[in-house]
Design a protein around this ligand. Structure first.
Ligand code: AGP
Length: 610
């Protein structure tokens, strides 16, 4: 995810900014930049790549000493990770410098309007509309220009803004993307994350959505977007640098599990129109005609991403009525798959660098398929080698065990399945409306599901004595069960297996005896009764059953086992919610067993070798 740092004070801004950006490095980025304002002459240095490269450029072409500046590390969302697309962005005359975190939903429209009025754009980013807007709206009052500009923006944005005529102050904005002001003595900082300000101060002012801060070295003034003043006491930061990197959580994995509501909101941002109950095709940036010509889909993915692919198979077949094959990429690449010019090869990958997935993608391409990459890392190999792309927008995932990457993959393939359903004329408008409304409410429901954490922590303490755990599901729940078992194995090192519940009596039931733990995922109404009878068979053999199911099924579930209640949503979206308690259980089980949660043994975050 992008990082923002801003500084006004007595030190050399360029050094403070570089140091602050380094503290945000762990979040992942693909390009970086810094702007300072030494006495009405704004100077900028930007690079594609690492901060070391930026430091090298700053050594070769030193910036003049200045007490004010802004810096940014970019995690590309709109436009490739190039030097041009790196922040800070500027207007044509170079008066305004802006760094931005988040996604501007209405940037295409704003860009068209600005271009029609003569503005010339240099980058492919959504962010560049901001300096151009500011240039138009400026009447000599820096804060008022920013206030007018943010009223035109839709989406998520944290901004830090400089103007060359104003070497004494900068302006910061927060709207659905975090921003804090670090309050020092004769210096103040702006940052997207607390850890960037920790070496300078432990006093911070956390901006709320819809707020603008005017920051000079000895004063911070906060107003709302409507201009009204905000009075807020600063807070004292008690976290260590390490803790603050993890947002106060003990592990990155827990932080990433807890971030899922926001990550899911980002995945949806600008891609659905909840009022109309339709997809936003412009925001999706998918070629509808090209999708309509697809006659078959082949999913290529590994591990967790493959589990998201299994869900894609079910939803695409259900809504678009075209056949979908889903296979782990390490097998797909050595078969002679039935792929041709009318095939959509769906390459799903968090990192975009998984070697088997890439090999599968290349094979499908050779066979004439259109490749669609569902990827979290812009500029990665999967991204670059795809014809069409849908970013999952989970933000950087640092823990080896995939959590928010998985649920955002599920959500992204759901959007794709709706798009294919619509382009193939198979998903009626009424059904689309039902789904789009439910999608819009989903991030809030994910937050409710996180409330199961204390009970799962309790259970995980008991689980230190367990040796084998079974995961069952039917229909869409089978893939969720598989993902639950994978999560448990990889970080708790407990043996776990997942099955379609109907398969149990064909062999595995022999392993069920007194006290054997079984997690059942039960979210699909059309197979709920069947699932209950499978679970009764498990119960009759002494199995200890935990059922992840909507709260409304309490009466049906209680006779067979303990209900882990989920909020209600449309059945097709329930796998996203059902994944959450299974992630939490795996996490707490790994902690209870004293394992290295974020870096489990024998595993790498990105498997770039065969
Ligand atoms: C699961 O938690 C893993 N991190 C793993 O299965 C992962 O999903 C797989 O290696 C694929 O990685 P990718 O999404 O980066 O391609």
């Amino acid at each position: 995810m992008c990082g923002i740092v801003g500084y006004v004070g007595e030190r050399r801004a360029d050094q403070v900014l570089l140091d602050g950006l380094r503290r945000l490095e762990y979040r992942g980025y693909d390009s970086a930049g810094i702007a300072v304002n030494p006495d009405h002459r704004v100077e900028v240095r930007k690079v594609a790549g690492r901060l070391d490269e930026l430091a090298r450029v700053m050594q070769q072409e030193p910036l003049h000493p200045a007490g004010i500046g802004i810096g940014h590390t970019r995690w590309a969302t709109h436009g490739r990770p190039t030097r041009e697309n790196a922040h800070p962005h500027t207007d044509e005359e170079g008066h305004w410098l802006v760094v931005h975190n988040g996604i501007l939903e209405n940037f295409s429209q704003l860009r068209r309007e600005l271009e029609a009025r003569g503005h010339r754009f240099r980058t492919e980013t959504d962010s560049e509309v901001v300096p151009h807007l500011l240039e138009e709206l400026y009447r000599g009052d820096l804060v008022e220009a920013v206030r007018q500009a943010v009223l035109r923006l839709r989406g998520s944005f944290a901004l830090a803004v400089l103007h060359d005529a104003e070497p004494e102050r900068l302006v910061a904005v927060r709207q659905e993307s975090p921003l804090v002001i670090g309050l020092g003595r004769n210096e103040n900082l702006v940052a997207s994350d607390l850890q960037a300000v920790l070496p300078y101060t432990r006093q911070a002012l956390v901006l709320e959505n819809g707020e603008i801060a005017e920051v000079s070295r000895d004063r911070v003034r906060v107003i709302r977007f409507d201009g009204s003043p905000v009075e807020r006491s600063p807070m004292r930061i008690a976290w260590s640098v390490e803790e603050s990197e993890r947002g106060g959580y003990r592990h990155f994995m827990l932080k990433e599990i807890m971030e899922q509501p926001e990550a899911l909101r980002e995945t949806l941002r600008g891609r659905i129109d909840p009022e109309a109950g339709e997809l936003d095709w412009e925001g999706l940036q998918l070629d509808r005609e090209r999708l309509a010509r697809i006659r078959r889909v082949a999913v290529v993915a590994c591990g967790t991403a493959f589990h998201a692919g299994l869900t894609a198979r079910e939803l695409i077949e259900r809504w678009a009525r075209i056949p979908v094959e889903a296979e782990v990429a390490s097998e797909f690449r050595y078969r002679r798959p039935l792929v041709g010019p009318e095939t959509l090869a769906l390459a799903i990958s968090q990192s975009g660098e998984t070697s088997d997935t890439l090999a599968g993608l290349r094979l499908a391409r050779e066979l004439g398929a259109t490749v669609l990459g569902v990827c979290n890392v812009m500029g990665s190999s999967v991204d670059r080698e795809s014809d069409l792309r849908l970013y999952t927008r989970a933000g950087p995932e640092i823990a080896v065990a995939s959590t928010k990457a998985y649920t955002t993959q599920l959500l992204t393939v759901t959007l794709l399945a709706v798009a294919l359903g619509e382009s193939h004329g198979e998903l009626p408008a009424e059904e689309r409306r039902r789904l789009i409304r439910a999608l819009d409410a989903l991030p809030g429901k994910a937050r409710e599901a996180l409330g199961l954490s204390p009970r799962l922590e309790e259970l995980a303490r008991e689980a230190t004595g367990w040796s084998d755990v079974f995961y069952l599901g039917r229909g869409l729940d089978v893939a969720v069960a598989m993902e639950g078992a994978l999560k448990l194995k990889e970080i708790s090192y407990l043996h776990a297996e997942a099955y379609p519940a109907g398969e149990l009596k064909h062999g595995t039931l022999a392993l069920i005896s007194d006290g054997v733990p079984v997690f059942a995922v039960l979210t699909q109404p059309e197979v709920a009764e069947k699932m209950i009878s499978n679970l009764l068979e498990v119960k009759a053999r002494g199995g200890r059953i935990f059922v992840v199911a909507p709260a409304s099924l309490r009466e049906e579930v209680e006779p067979v086992g303990e209900l882990l209640p989920l909020p209600e949503s449309e059945p097709e979206l329930m796998p996203i919610l059902a994944a959450i308690p299974l992630q939490l259980f795996a996490y707490h089980a790994a902690v209870a067993r004293g394992n290295d949660v974020d870096k489990p043994r024998n595993l790498a975050k990105s498997v770039t070798v065969e």
